[in-house]
Write a protein that binds this ligand. Sequence first.
Ligand code: GLC
Length: 422
Amino acid sequence: MNKTLTLLTLTASLVAAGNAHAAGVTLTFACDSVGQGFDQCKKGTDAWSAKTGNTVKLLQVPKDTGDRLALYQQQLGAKASDVDVYMVDVVWPGLIGNSLLDLTSAVPKAVLDTHFQPIVKNNTIGGKLIAVPWFTDGGVLYYRSDLLKKYGFAAAPKTWSELQMMAQKIQDGERKTDPKFTGYVFQGKNYEGLTCDALEWVNSYGGGTIVDSTGKVTINNPKAVAAVKMLSSFVGTISPEAVTTYDEEGARNVFQAGSAAFMRNWPYAYSLGNSEKSPVKGKFDVAALPAGDGGSSSATLGGWQLAANKYSKHPKEATDLILYLTGNAEQKRRAVEASYNPTIPALYKDADVLKAVPFFGSLYDVFTGSVARPATATKTKYNAVSLAFSTAVYNSMTKKQTPEVALAAAQASITRAKGRGF
Ligand code: GLC
């Protein structure tokens, strides 16, 4: 090696050492796996790696948010340092917040102020900011605009009864040529996704939020029973029996194949449905979910944050990755390329975002007015509460119990969880 080269190499490594992000660190990131989740995480982390010289190892994480939670609780409970950065569901801060790094001093106030403040508040536990908002979610109704037209319907259904009537008519007609065509698909498997869907039904009938903000257990009420009765009657009529096994991707696969008139899903399905090879490209649109009798449209608040493991050996780099991914440019890229809802209100006025995903503009109120699951009120018992609720709805949909019996059982089980503390 000649002298100049040695000097150059030395200078380069000195520069690297003086840099806050010394080259050569490898972070492990438990990111996403639903839809384009993994690929989109990779695009973001590749860009950060190119900028910083660090590397990111992306884990294959379970699709089901409940399975993810169980895995992460196990890792964090053991104080394991293997994963540096976690993608955190909006309902988890109260469950795993204590094991996450306090990012308060790492995120400039000016940056934090650009995000939806209710999400920032949700991610602040005991005065500590334990996660930075990355993308938000709200349940929406996908509908086949071509089929609505074909069957003489001028607009998307405004009520569940209207959806039922329209889905039945379209299903009857389409089955003449496509025997497996179905009216309505949603998340009917017994998991967190069903809690989200069923909260929308119950809330859209004016039946509350399972547990109210003061911690009162409210799920066993006549409006909630009416909602669960109505939606359970869809199973085996306008929805296939198999809907009780569908998660987000299960529903999307049916709708995107062109085999359903309506679908409840999150916004991520929009970009996939309009992708080059999608059979429904350009044939569908998105509207607010229907209202219950005497109620109003309701969307469950979903969404994901980025957090650093308190036990990470690379807190500085982890924090830098989080700031990069949650920043304006990356949120815009993900909105345009993959219809992930930004957590930065200003991006809902961005021309490129609105061109790629027009309903981010027309349904803006849906996303800002969405109903939260009772995670804050039920604290460390949220998971038990959610499972009691989804199990009751599942039992009603599969006709194991009447809606009345099922919701009374959920009320009792959630009240027992409350007795153990929330
Ligand atoms: C979506 C939502 C998340 C929710 C999950 C349920 O990923 O963003 O909040 O828990 O769906 O399946």
